[in-house]
Design a binder for this molecule. Structure first.
Ligand code: XIL
Length: 373
């Protein structure tokens, strides 16, 4: 009898301990990296696996029109980022006026679905209404950026919890400030703010965003930080300059468009160095290419898919190992399935996502969720 009572008390104690560590609704037990508890049985819902928010970059059209897609987003994730709908090019018309009809709808659908929304993006050199911006006199460009930042941040004040304010501001290899002179690509949607405004547009965009929504957490965001040390150091230098000038910057995003070949030590290094800035750290757009050289034909064999799964897991584990709990803004994957991935839509032969084209969980899903635990 005594042993029986002791066992009951032990179970009660274990249950209390467990619910205090994990989000509700998780089944625990397996060994993991520290998302919120240790444990054995693998959970099946991503957002239940970890305390920081688990997000996904999504298509407004699919979220609105495809019930399987939206259902999966709502059941698996805490937070969404619009992969296109909150960008300049999606909301600014050719005469410079705004049309937020679809973006309002996106916001309403996300909130009705119980999802938190992360804003993306205020100042980027792509996905702009470049025709409108190029029609301006150079002296009007500063006003155009200020007006855009102020208008969209004010509109979604208290609806989005944070914004990617400045995106991809330095170039690969050298870490120089990105301008049209040191970049390739000349699509109609491209517009290089720095060509007109120099580097001051970065600090200004943060200040304007903060004035419009003082509660929103404001991020600088970039890619290749895990593989390009000069770029990483350059982003850190900019962060330190902004902080020294009392610019309201709160976080840094690592896009992490990585591949099965991405070096694990580089992932650790980027998290460690960025965490040392003291800012919030967001894995903002993760996907893992399995055919980085774009071989054609290409067959996604199980061993390659397993390598991908291990990479997803490694990123999650490294994040928890290297980013202190108070600085964890969360981890966001970019796109839901292999079919709607921007890499595939962009013409590459690849399978970068957590779910396959039939909405089935891939090995990547199982390993990612284990890494989040
Ligand atoms: C991509 C979107 O996924 C596409 O739908 C869009 O056409 C182009 O942009 N870095 C970023 C994201 O910061 O905004 C990009 O998203 C992917 C690379």
């Amino acid at each position: 009898m005594k042993n029986f009572c002791a066992a009951i008390w032990f179970c009660l104690f274990a249950a209390v301990l467990f619910t205090s560590c994990k989000k509700q609704g998780t089944t625990n037990t397996g060994g993991g990296g520290g998302g919120g508890g240790g444990g054995g049985t693998t959970p099946t819902i991503l957002k239940d696996a970890a305390t920081p928010m688990v997000g996904v970059g999504i298509s407004y059209d699919l979220f609105k029109n495809n019930a399987t897609y939206s259902g999966l987003v709502k059941s698996q994730f805490d937070r969404v980022t619009a992969e296109y709908q909150m960008k300049h090019g999606a909301n600014v018309k050719n005469d410079g006026s705004y049309d937020f009809t679809k973006t309002d709808d996106f916001m309403n659908l996300a909130q009705a679905g119980g999802l938190s929304v992360f804003g993306h993006v205020l100042a980027w050199h792509q996905n702009n209404n470049g025709n409108y911006l190029r029609s301006l006199a150079p002296s009007q460009v500063n006003n155009a950026l200020q007006n855009w930042v102020n208008t969209i941040v004010t509109r979604y004040k208290n609806k989005v919890t944070g914004w990617d304010v400045a995106n991809e501001v330095v170039v690969d290899g050298t870490g120089e400030l990105r301008t049209s002179a040191n970049s390739t690509g000349s699509g109609a949607d491209q517009f290089y703010w720095a060509d007109y405004l120099g580097r001051s547009y970065i600090a200004d965009a943060f200040r304007w965003a903060n004035a419009a929504d003082p509660a929103a957490k404001l991020f600088i965001n970039d890619y290749n930080l895990e593989s390009d040390n000069r770029k990483l150091d350059s982003v850190i230098k900019i962060i330190n300059e902004l902080k020294a000038a009392s610019v309201p910057i709160h976080g840094v995003g690592l896009q992490m468009h990585i591949s099965i070949n991405t070096n694990n030590a580089g992932i650790d290094n980027a998290f460690q160095k960025l965490a040392a800035t003291g800012l919030l750290v967001h894995v903002s757009e993760m996907d893992v290419r399995i055919n980085p050289s774009n071989s054609n034909p290409f067959v996604p064999t199980q061993p390659i898919l397993d390598m991908q799964a291990q990479k997803y897991r490694y990123v999650a584990e490294s994040y928890f190992r290297n980013v202190p709990a108070a600085q964890r803004w969360g981890l966001t994957v970019w796109n839901l399935t292999d079919a709607d991935s921007w890499i595939v839509i962009g013409g590459k032969i690849d399978f970068p996502a957590l779910f396959d084209a039939g909405y089935n969980k891939k090995s990547a899903f199982s390993q990612y969720i284990s890494g989040l635990q």
